[in-house]
Design a protein around this ligand. Structure first.
Ligand code: SF4
Length: 366
């Protein structure tokens, strides 16, 4: 119960009040316990107030504002939740047909994240919050809404590195896989990357129809996925390792090729140990692996001694190259004189913890 109480100090009170939907869940990321190993104070990835209890109580705003939040991922939803509790009126717009952003995909790779997604989505029912799905921001919308402040949490960009052979149909970027598995403009990706038979299987499996349940996609992905038996994941960071764990759980033979010396540096120490051990135990993890090119049947790479190696691959996923992306915030700032601030990965890569903390900060100070 220790970690659950860090994530939600009012756990008992909320359960007693029959408000289980408002209990912020622990996602078992181990960010709290990992602090011990680096001699740092306590923190919680999903509860930004842990370690700052006395300085960051949520105060009612002296002058309520209308806040426009662009992007329905974890940073945007957390900012909306906190701003609404403080009495602000919030309009949250999301380009796709569902809330969650990359947290939805993160929930597929690591199901514990799905509980955080469910919690945040439920908080959007606050009467001060209006959610508009399938909505992109333009000058006309800003003009119509007349916000006092704009926050942009539209996530990172994933520019895959130029690897010879990366344009083949069996090579997926993390973003393409995310879009296919989560139904975010999945038809476009299915048409571009899948054969007719695969598309028929994809539709028969019901993947295109499942748009709002990570649990359903988790289950269906055990029956069918667009990846062959032997998968090479290029990149052994957070995304590559959690994806490898997800694929191993679905019976794939997985090799992770990480160009650096340390895998999963974005993961908290204890979670990193666990996922690295799982990948090493059931698949292969190669460090200092420099990918040279991808052929139809294999990935050619050099090992730490410079020797050329090849790994057979039916499918390849490139999980490298995530970077902050200020382009949406900059475009909005050109449309209006309303103050614009960035949240989460669009400002600085911090994944779930960074998104939750920056969203909380923005909501608490607006
Ligand atoms: S840091 Fe992670 S594991 Fe620790 S209490 Fe918070 S959500 Fe749970």
């Amino acid at each position: 119960m220790g970690r659950k109480l860090l994530a939600e100090p009012d756990l008992a009170k909320k359960l007693a009040a029959n408000a289980a939907q408002d209990v912020r869940p622990c996602i078992y990321c181990y960010a709290c316990v990992s602090q011990i190993f680096i001699n740092k104070g306590i923190k919680c990835a999903v509860n930004a107030r842990v370690g700052h209890e006395s300085e960051s109580t949520i105060q009612f705003a002296p002058k309520p504002k209308h806040v426009l939040i662009v992007g329905g991922g974890p940073s945007g939803m957390e900012a909306a939740r906190v701003a609404a509790l403080r009495g602000h009126r919030v309009t949250l717009v999301e380009r796709s047909d569902r809330l969650g952003g990359t947290l939805f995909f993160a929930a597929l790779a690591y199901p514990e994240n799905g509980r955080l997604l469910d919690y945040l989505v439920k908080q959007m029912a606050h009467p001060n919050i209006t959610v508009r799905l399938n909505t992109s921001v333009d000058a006309a919308l800003i003009n119509a809404l007349q916000p006092d402040e704009i926050m942009v949490g539209t996530g990172a960009k994933r520019a895959a590195p130029a690897i010879d052979g990366a344009d083949q149909n069996h090579v997926w970027s993390g973003d393409e896989l995310r879009r296919l598995m989560t139904g975010d403009r999945a038809d476009e990706i299915a048409k571009a990357k899948l054969s007719l038979t695969e598309r028929a299987l994809f539709k028969a499996g019901g993947m295109l129809g499942v748009t709002d349940s990570t649990q359903a996609i988790q289950g269906l992905s055990k029956l069918w996925m667009p990846l062959g038996r032997r998968v090479v994941v290029i990149g052994g960071g957070l995304v590559g390792l959690e994806l490898a764990e997800f694929l191993l759980d679905r019976g794939r033979e997985v090799t992770v090729l990480e160009p650096g010396t340390h895998p999963g540096t974005e993961l908290a120490i204890v979670r990193r140990w666990r996922v690295v051990e799982a990948v090493k135990a059931h698949g292969k993890l190669q460090l200092l692996a420099q990918v040279q090119n991808i052929t139809r049947k294999e990935v050619i790479w050099t090992d730490k001694s410079g020797a050329v190696q090849s790994t057979p691959a039916d499918s390849v996923v490139i999980a490298l190259g995530a970077q902050p992306d200020a382009s949406v915030a900059e475009a909005i700032a050109r449309m209006t004189s309303v103050p614009v601030q960035q949240l989460g990965d669009s400002h600085e890569l911090g994944y779930i913890e960074g998104a939750m903390h920056s969203g909380h900060r923005a909501g608490a100070t607006v």
